[in-house]
Design a binder for this molecule. Sequence first.
Ligand code: ATP
Length: 587
Amino acid sequence: MNRQLPIAGPAEVRAAAVRDLRADRGAVAGLILVNGLASAAGLVGPWLLGRIIDTIQTRSGSGDVLSTVDRLAFGALVFTIVQTVLTWWALKIGYRFGERTAARVRERFLQRTLALPARRADQLPTGDLIARGSTDASRVALTLRSAVPEVLVAIVHALFLIVAVLVLDVRLGLCGLVCLFGVGAAVRWYLRRARPAYLAVAAAGAELADVVASTAKGARTIQLLGLEDRRTEATESAITRARSAYLGALWLRTVLFPWSEVSLGLPVAAVLLAGGGLYLHGSVSLGVVVTATVYLRQLVGPLDTLMLWIEQLQGAGASYARVEGLADVPGEEAGPDVDPTGDRIQVENAHYSYTGARDVLRGVNLLVQPGERLAIVGTSGAGKSTLARLLAGLDRPHTGSVTIGGTPVADLPPDRVREHVVLITQDHHVFHDTVRDNLLIARPNATDAELHAALDAVGAAWLADLPHGLDTELGADHTLDGAAAQQLSLARVVLADPHTLILDEATAQLDPRTARRTEQSLAAVLRGRTVIAIAHRLQTAHDADRIAVMEAGELVELGTHTELVTANRTYGKLWHSWHGPSAPETT
Ligand code: ATP
């Protein structure tokens, strides 16, 4: 499959934004209404100012002019206060709406991530996924919290001012609007280039995160193989790409802002000039010219806000597209709804390739009977883990089949697969929670006695040393070391009780004695169940019913320990050369 995470198209982002606005339509309606009232209140002040000027000009000789001016000025003050209060109220509604919507976006992302089938999630680039869930989701949240309320306030305010200046004097209004053309051109120029630029910034950031994360994850291998210089080079070139993508977006801003700042001054200058001319011809009063000028001057405020946020909105739009893109990760094709009949596992002529170029499994045939303990051995890169993934239904072979009870295991939905087969690797996870809750994930209705029994079964003697027993908060009261953490995850498996268990380096972090004890305890608990263990110690293979030997993607030997030792081929030679008290490694 395509390993890149999809990005939602502009139409999908618009649809998602509309959905988010609709989900809180009461707040959006309130926001627009209160904003409208605030903007209407804001129009009264300049209008009263015009009236004051006209009053002074036309009635300068009469005695009541002062009291009229006082009344008009008092009115302007009252409406200014009303506008301030309404704007504060509108912003409050807006910020609350923003917080709720941001929470909704984050929850949607989390749900989509958790709903990804394991076999898909495994193949996705981790750095990109983390960047989308953290940086991108935060950016969307910040925008929803701050930009959306302020942008809505600015749009409503600007519309009111434009309508007001047109109503006041259509000639002056049109003159002002025509001069806004420069701002429109600047915005159009910017918008045409902004989406790809911001998508490039986000993609370069995610790539950088990926490079850094994989370097940190593989630090030991890098040190062992002396690959430090290559990793430094890869990181530096990822930084260079991120920097140049960022500079590209920055350049767009350095053009937009000066261009729009100059353009915003034009309407005021034009109306002053045109209004002055009209006033001299006596076709408009001085008050109207002043009011229109003040309205257009006020228009600079909301338009400035829009300019400032337009950049943020472009960045957030790209982030929104990345967050929403997760919805486009192809789901699982629903397989035929059939139940496996029995617990027999069969691999028939399985071929598998990660890249499509080279088969890392070639014509593997294997039949595992219920209750059998099978060990898979082989050199590093022979394909053992890949076979384990196919057996656990994490992927399907491109040719041949892997079935449980006659049903292709990859056709089963994840919750049904878990009832049949569980893959345990050394990637275990301890949740920041009590020991009890860490275990109940596997079987929510298990009793304390069952939890104790499960921990006993995997030899987790450390439970007795915990300050609060099962109620000990892991990560807070107590930290488990690697071996104990693995035992905890093995205890979960004991509780989940699948009929087949695949162990892939599950005990690799335990010291040999603990590992052997854990494996033996597990085998005792899972008696009558199928256990397929990728064996890195020949002793583990020796304890199994049968051993499968893999070499370069092929299953080259299959039989009991005695049969393979007698045959004296790959396994037999290994056994003879390493056999001894030291529990030798196969890889
Ligand atoms: P080890 O004992 O070292 O874990 P293994 O026998 O389990 O080795 P696999 O991990 O199954 O071997 O790998 C088989 C082949 O597939 C190797 O050549 C490996 O480089 C390749 N391979 C493994 N995982 C991937 C992957 N995610 N993408 C591409 N190739 C991979």
